[in-house]
Design a protein around this ligand. Structure first.
Ligand code: PLP
Length: 224
């Protein structure tokens, strides 16, 4: 069952810092999600397409679903009609497919570019150079990609107890976020989201410029 007290504390903290709290509900039941929804939570994050599609069908329609896992291009079509924010764009091919499916659904889909922060466990995402490369492509083809909106970056810090490493990775991502803003998104108010911070490192993330936390186990308990 959800830890209501932990949830309320996170809510308070994110409000103070003007950040968005995304409750990561992968592997959690619809009843567990509904309980957190009933506390007022609207943003939920999922990692798997089929699981997300099933939950979308069963749960309240005003939930804003975030996709945060690795997304295969052939599965974009299943979530394109309703997904709120795809946080895990890790290739230009995927970006183009999201645009195509968004057009089919008559929507503009918001996305974040997933950046690789040096965790060996995280196989997906762009490094700094690749992020810049992708944005130059994007810039050159903007007119053909009018059904997507790039809102910012997402990153996951290395899974370590060493706060120094985590902090330096978050600082690096924040720097990249600001550099890209100047280079590619000057005057674009849509570019405002830096998604970093999970259960183990959300305080460090907020201290280093996060505008969006993705919190699973602190709210819902450990996943099995
Ligand atoms: C599972 C997951 C989270 C949440 O992790 P917790 O440690 O349970 O808070 C956040 N971001 C991504 C990308 C995830 O896959």
């Amino acid at each position: 069952m959800a830890d209501i007290q932990a949830y309320q504390q996170l809510l308070q903290l994110t409000k103070e810092k003007k950040a968005t709290l995304v409750a990561v509900s992968k592997f959690k039941s619809e009843a567990e999600i509904q309980a957190v929804y009933d506390l007022g939570q609207k943003d939920f994050g999922e990692n798997y397409v089929q699981e997300l599609v099933n939950k979308y069908a069963e749960l309240p329609k005003d939930i804003q679903w975030h996709f945060i896992g690795h997304l295969q291009t052939n599965k974009v079509k299943y979530i394109a009609p309703f997904v709120h924010l795809i946080q895990s764009v890790d290739s230009f091919k995927l970006l183009k497919e999201i645009n195509k499916q968004a057009e089919k659904s008559n929507r503009i889909i918001s996305v974040l570019l997933q950046c690789y922060l040096g965790d060996e466990d995280t196989k997906y995402g762009f490094d700094e150079k690749e992020t810049i490369e992708l944005l130059s492509y994007y810039d050159a083809q903007k007119d053909a990609l009018k059904n997507i909106k790039i809102k910012g970056l997402m990153g996951m810090a290395t899974n370590t107890d060493d706060e120094y490493i985590i902090k330096s990775e978050f600082m690096k991502l924040k720097d990249l976020f600001e550099i890209l803003k100047i280079q590619y998104f000057l005057g674009d108010d849509n570019y405002d989201t830096l998604s970093m911070g999970m259960s183990s490192d959300f305080n460090l993330a907020l201290e280093n410029g996060s505008t969006m936390l993705r919190i699973g186990s602190t709210i819902f308990g450990k996943r099995i």
